[in-house]
Design a protein around this ligand. Sequence first.
Ligand code: ADP
Ligand code: MG
Length: 461
Amino acid sequence: MNEWNYDIFWKEALKQIREKISDIDNSMWFKNIGYHGSGKNKIILSVPSAFYKEQVTQKFNSLILSTMSELTGSPIDIEFIVKQVTTKNEKKAEPESKVKPGKPIQKSTVKDNPEKNSNLRRDYVFDNFVIGESNTFAANACIAISKNPGKAYNPCLIYGGVGLGKTHLIQSIGNYILDNFKGMKVEYVTAEQFTNDFIRLLGEGEMYKFKNKYRKVDVLLIDDIHFLGKKMSTQEELFHTFNALYDYNKQMVFTSDRPVSELKNLTDRLKSRFSRGLNVDLQPPRYETKFAILKQKLETLGANLDDEILDLICKNVTTNVRDLEAALTKLIAYGELLNKKITIDIAKEQLKDDFSSPRHGNITIDIIQKIVADYFNLSQNDLRGKKRTKAITFPRQIAMYITREITEYSTTEVGVDFGGRDHTTVMHACQRIESKLKSDPSLEPIIQNLIRMIKENRINS
Ligand code: ADP
Ligand code: MG
């Protein structure tokens, strides 16, 4: 009997994994992974195409690895082999690529790097970051920083909503510097990893290890600092780390999902450090940029879709690049699995749920009121109530204006939900905001930011 038989473990792992992932991930990815065989400390799984292999490796490798290793009690390697589903025009299975599971996929355009920092994804590079109106400033700042670390803009904070390219950009800086400045030490972590390291090493009485890791670097990149929330001692430590590096002109770059001024739980002194250098924002891409991103993604994947279909995706995905890529990935997966050419009708059918939900589906007047009220430090009742002080009227008008902009509610419905007001009041409110938008340029970013928070359904604590 084969000493290495992980079949049973795989069945159990699948059960556990299914509890952790969404139904969509399950039906799209896991239903198409099969058990193929086992080797020494290795499980061999089959997937229907090279594309699947790449996607599954990227998305789920670590989840599968950790689940399997936990179940078997020892580290396990995974190998994916491509076994195409049998169809009439069956092709031969592709030869195995050299990519080893457990490592990030290396794109052909990406050079390998001997000093590579294991935390950096090697496919997050400037070469495949599409620059358009929505991100020109941020991208160019990042390129400038990469060419002149510690000198161009220090520190730099990149902020923007989910899926707009913050992680891609901050990691591109890391990759560029590693490739072009031999000997420079680059540390990339998420704020979550930073926090965990701090708590763990402090607990183990090994703070010197923490300091070695974070203070003896040339470039410190910390992603998602909004995660710091109310963790005061971690914030304190970050403050000291910041000062230590700043004094020696070491480059620091941070990302956040909102501008520093809106990071409510951050201490003032840390806020002032983050705002000291350059703060740049990322906006959702416009049509042309979305189209260019899809084209580039297709090329990288070696896949093809008609422009008509890309046009459909660009017009309907209004949220962010991650959703844009997800729509593309879903269509390619569908085509590969069934070995079918994707037509516009198939695309519409396959994507109809993705298109309908983020736009209006979960945006209610209630959510808009909560987020706008929270932003202006008011209560939802203030927005619905009768008070007519300026401090309340203006946010109320903004909330009404946003409701009309991003939902299908009629002015009558909006009036009812804002404390039983008449529809003419709503119309008046929208006119007021529109004319203020023309006269006061500082209003537009506030409204755009609120809309983004509403679309992401993000309520601050
Ligand atoms: P964030 O960190 O802001 O949530 P990510 O950097 O993870 O967003 O980006 C989400 C996905 O979109 C990634 O796969 C990233 O490569 C891709 N992406 C975002 N912006 C661009 C762009 N301008 N060009 C190419 N890919 C992009
Ligand atoms: Mg990110």
